[in-house]
Structure formats: C-alpha cells, structure tokens
Write a protein that binds this ligand. Sequence first.
Ligand code: NAD
Length: 311
Amino acid sequence: HFQRIGFIGLGNMGSRMANNLIEDGYNLTVHDVDHNAMKIFSERGILTKESPFEVADSSDVLITMLPSSNHVLDVYTGRNGLLSHGNTLGPWLFIDSSTIDPQTSRKLSATIADCSLKRKRDGFEVPAMLDAPVSGGVLAAQAGTLTFMVGGLEEAYVAAKPLFLSMGKSTIYCGGAGNGSAAKICNNLAMAVSMLGVSEALALGQKLGIAASTLTKIFNSSSARCWSSDTYNPVPGVMDGVPASRNYDGGFASKLMAKDLNLATESAKEVGLEFPLTSQAEKIFTQLCNDGHGMKDFSCVFRHYYPGNDE
Ligand code: NAD
C-alpha cells in the first residue's frame, strides 16, 4: 500500500481499527492525547506524533475515532488541528468514524470543501470528507467485522472502500455529507426504544407470573420479535453469551447509549420535531449513568424496572 494513513483516537475502538490497517500492510502514523495509548504503538515501531497537525502533514488519508463532537471539532479546527496545515497540501481524504451529530459532520465537510488547497484526484475535487460511523462494538473492531455507514461524496466513498473493508466486513453508502452520522443515531434511537419496550414487557410478564424465557419464546415467534428479544435479550439467563448473562459486563456501555440518545434528541430539536419516546429513553439512560451503571451494557436497563433489586 503506497497510501500513508494518519489515525487519531486510539481508544477502545480506534486502537483495534488501527491494528487491522497495520496488519493489512498500511503505513500508519498515529496520535492520541493519551500518551499510554500512543506508547503501545510506538513500542511496535509505528510512527507517533504529538499533534493532529503533524499527523496531517505526513498522511494521504486521515481517520479519526474520537468520543464526541467536541473532540472531533477540537482535532480538526483547534490549535495544531488537522486543518491548520497552512501551505502544505495535507491529506486528500478525511474520514471521521466517531459517532457525532450530523450537523457537525456537515459543518466540517463544508469547511473542508471550502479549503483553498483544492485539487483534482481521480476526477473529483479533494480534499474530501466522509462521515463513517460504525456499528459493532469492540469485538467487531478487533475482528475487523465492523459495518460502516458512510456519508459524503460518492466518488470519495468508492475510493475509500478498501480501507473500510480492512477494518470491517461491510459498508453502506448513505448519501451526502452527514448522512452516515444521521443513519447511526437513528439506528441507535430505534435500538434503545426497542430494548426499553422489550424490557418493560418482560418485566410486566414476570410480575404477572410468566417466566421471561417463556415470554421470550412467544415474542420470538410473534409480532414482538426484534433484535432486543432474539439476539440481545436483556433478562439474565434467557440467552447465553449476551451481556445480560454476565452481569451486563462488556457490550455497549449505557453511557454511550445516553450520549447517542442525546445526539438524537438534539438533532430532532434542530429539525423542529419532538419525540416523546426518544426524550424518555434519553432520561432513563442518563438516570442509569447517574446511578453508577454507565459502564454496564445498555441492556441493564431491564433492572431499572426492579428498583430495590439492584446490586
Ligand atoms: P474511547 O473513549 O475508548 O476512545 C477515544 C480515544 O480518543 C481515547 O483514547 C482518547 O484519549 C482519545 N482522544 C480524546 N480526545 C482527543 C483529542 N483531542 N485528540 C486526540 N485524541 C483524543 O472511545 P471508543 O469506545 O473507542 O469510541 C469512539 C467512538 O466510537 C465514539 O464516538 C463511540 O460512540 C463510537 N462507537 C463506540 C462503540 C463501542 O462499543 N465502544 C461502538 C460503536 C461506535
């Protein structure tokens, strides 16, 4: 691979995604504010830099995997940020895989499109930006089986596909800038509300005397069947290998779900919509975090319906 890849944000997801690129032979330069995260890479002979600007300076394609919108804005437009590259050309493609709000993705994409260092590459204008959040957690990041939902210029998406397939198993083109971010938060909104619905129904069933395993069997062959009932059941002991059966450890942290629901309610407000279920789901997951369960898998919301039974 002749392309030089810059990777910023070496956390739970990013470190594993960067690893897969390295294993596929890409030439990486990495950065994280956390020096311990960088050390793991420098000890393996991977080039590390002290600022996003320095990474941009030595990369053709730049990938970011950061916690939230503020961090992304900071890395792109802050002091020594990616876009402070002055007279040097910098990367021709920016890919942001963080889960952030579509408005921020669109703003950044427009900033990059306005940049004065425009040039042509394979028939389209660069630098270009793709918002490319992922579905699949830490295990999928490790195994290279993530799904990327991608917004931005279609030609740029096609050019970036080999990179996505090095870190994941599938990619879905969602349309223009911000549409990848929009797809991600809409998916998580629906997932949160379905998990809450299944949890309430199974809790009510138990109180009415029907075992959760029996009720789950009924759901799974009836109209209530969904991912939260048949793949990721929230009741301990009903399914093997899910977070519910290991004290809600591992999986998708409630604090990330609370963050994503906040993005959904903010986006809804921005387009003049008010969604009672989304707002309520955000409140419930925020409460779970305030009660100290932020690191537990989001299916621990089932326990929310049994006050007093909590650990
Ligand atoms: P994380 O907190 O483990 O990692 C984020 C990394 O970014 C950290 O190493 C942190 O030090 C670094 N960072 C923060 N600010 C920085 C800055 N200004 N400059 C450089 N580095 C900086 O988070 P994660 O679990 O890897 O998640 C990353 C993104 O992926 C989030 O938006 C999350 O919602 C999304 N996501 C996570 C999962 C999951 O299961 N963990 C699944 C899908 C999507």
